[in-house]
Write a protein that binds this ligand. Structure first.
Ligand code: NAP
Length: 439
């Protein structure tokens, strides 16, 4: 199996986790818990699972507050365990479940962590949106699961921590994000010949627009992604190119490479999902229709290669494939990842939190589109100025714990530290936006 893996501890690629165990690979049906099953990724994953009903058992499903959708999914897949954000959502959910089906209903952050570590589930899909997904990813890693990772924020906030846990518990990460999944596929068996990783970016709905064109765009326009159907937060991130910034950080952590070996290529057709450049200068690309079921099937069924339900790609009908440099002036969010990675000291946490807060304000109509990267950059500068001694140092020091219980305590303490900085950074953005409003 090692030859299917991108490469562990090598000089060119040092993948974030060891491969899944031989027993997981041979185990069918696979039992799976899904964090964020009511979202865009969660629903696509259930479509793949339904297509291969004899290969999967659903052990758990979760949402935040969309109890109606979760009840409908639960009635279909009958998992023994469900998790929701709070008591009100749990109450509503109980009312909506069919008679005679009484699953355990877990609540809040602890409930999600319990769902991510259910003993019967060998596989966890981490597909909650935003920083809220971190707790579930960490719990799955601590429990030694095979983690199909869609929640990129987990690696932006705590990539080193996830890596450290996986090395100790033998948890494995399979990347769902389409670009990182494409790179994972291109690297199969060839990680130590990889020179550079090339992330493609569709450019979202505003590809080709200049800075002046973007001043007055609305949330509705920003949500109208030309090629992908996704949740609200990632749709706005795609429009600002912050999504690509987050993905640069994600790729650094997944593949153990510096950001200098990651390039971004604008590719509006979203057909080439990403590429690897090898030592001899040749490129290997992974292509397909823009449909997340492909990457999900690749992870859920790994290492089997089976139809996902996504349409096959007809290149003759696609016509032209074009590639361009990004416009750094119109999309300043793209530069933020490299600044955050070089500064370290928690700057990635600040970048992610500030962006999430700014996106919420934009969706509520409180700030403009260009204010999203401006406020995110301002929060990063404030953090840098307030903590000059933290710069250049890792925010999460290497794990020191020797036993599993010590490891859990250490991870809890580091996660609490990340959460504090996350909250502080969100507050900072709200204050900066308020100051702007008062001018
Ligand atoms: N969509 C894509 O094509 C795509 C592609 C690559 C990577 N990703 C990544 O995958 C993740 C999910 O994206 P998505 O587009 O599927 O998002 P989404 O459609 O907004 O769904 C998010 C899911 O997380 C749940 N959730 C939201 N807030 C939560 C909270 N505070 N605590 C617990 N659960 C919460 C939602 O429950 P409710 O339904 O109850 O709100 C829903 O189940 C993100 O990290 C995104 O960056 C997405």
């Amino acid at each position: 199996m090692a030859d299917l893996w991108p490469g562990l501890d090598g000089p060119k690629i040092s993948y974030i986790s060891p491969p899944p165990s031989e027993s997981w690979r041979r185990m069918w049906p696979r039992s799976i818990a899904i964090l964020g099953s009511t979202g865009s990724i969660g629903r696509s994953a259930l479509a793949v699972i339904e297509k291969y009903a004899d290969r999967f058992e659903v052990a758990g499903l979760s949402c935040a507050r969309n109890a109606a959708c979760l009840a409908e999914q639960a009635a279909r897949f009958r998992p023994p365990c469900l998790a929701v954000l709070d008591a009100a959502a749990a109450w509503k959910l109980r009312d909506l479940l069919p008679q005679g089906y009484r699953p355990r209903i877990l609540e809040g952050a602890e409930g999600y962590a319990e769902l991510a570590s259910l003993p019967q589930a060998g596989t966890v899909l981490s597909a909650q949106s935003g920083a809220a997904g971190l707790a579930g990813t960490l719990a799955a890693a601590l429990a030694g699961k095979v983690i199909c990772l869609a929640n990129k924020e987990s690696l932006v906030l705590a990539g080193d921590l996830v890596r450290g846990i996986c090395r100790r518990t033998q948890a494995a990460v399979l990347p769902v994000d389409s670009e990182h999944n494409a790179i994972f596929q291109c690297l199969t068996g060839r990680g130590q010949e990889a020179a550079n990783l090339l992330l493609t970016a569709s450019g979202g709905p505003f590809f080709g627009k200049n800075r002046a064109n973007l001043a007055d765009v609305t949330a509705e326009q920003a949500m109208r992604h030309p090629t992908w159907r996704m949740g609200a937060k990632i749709s706005i991130d795609s429009a600002t190119l912050m999504n690509k910034s987050l993905e640069i950080v994600e790729a650094c952590h997944l593949y153990g490479v510096p950001s200098s070996r990651i390039r971004v290529l604008m590719h509006p057709q979203s057909v080439v999902h990403s590429l690897v450049e090898f030592d001899d200068g040749s490129l290997l690309a992974q292509m397909g229709a823009p449909d997340m079921r492909s990457a999900l099937a690749n992870c859920l069924l790994w290492p089997l290669n089976k139809p996902s339900g996504a349409p096959a790609l007809d290149l003759a009908r696609t016509g032209q494939l074009t590639f361009h440099e990004a416009d750094a002036d119109a999309f300043p969010a793209l530069a933020l990842a490299r600044q955050a990675l070089s500064g370290r000291g928690g700057l990635c946490v600040v970048m992610n939190a500030a962006n999430e807060a700014a996106v919420e304000l934009f969706l509520r109509g409180t700030i403009g589109f260009l204010d999203i990267p401006r406020l995110t950059g301002a929060a990063m500068r404030e953090h840098r100025a307030a903590h000059p001694h933290a710069m250049g140092r890792p925010f999460c020091p290497p794990l020191a714990a020797e036993s599993l219980s010590e490891l859990k305590n250490e991870v809890d303490a580091l996660a609490a530290r990340i959460t504090r900085l996350d909250r502080h950074s969100r507050d900072m953005v709200c204050q900066l936006a308020k100051k702007d409003g008062n001018k």
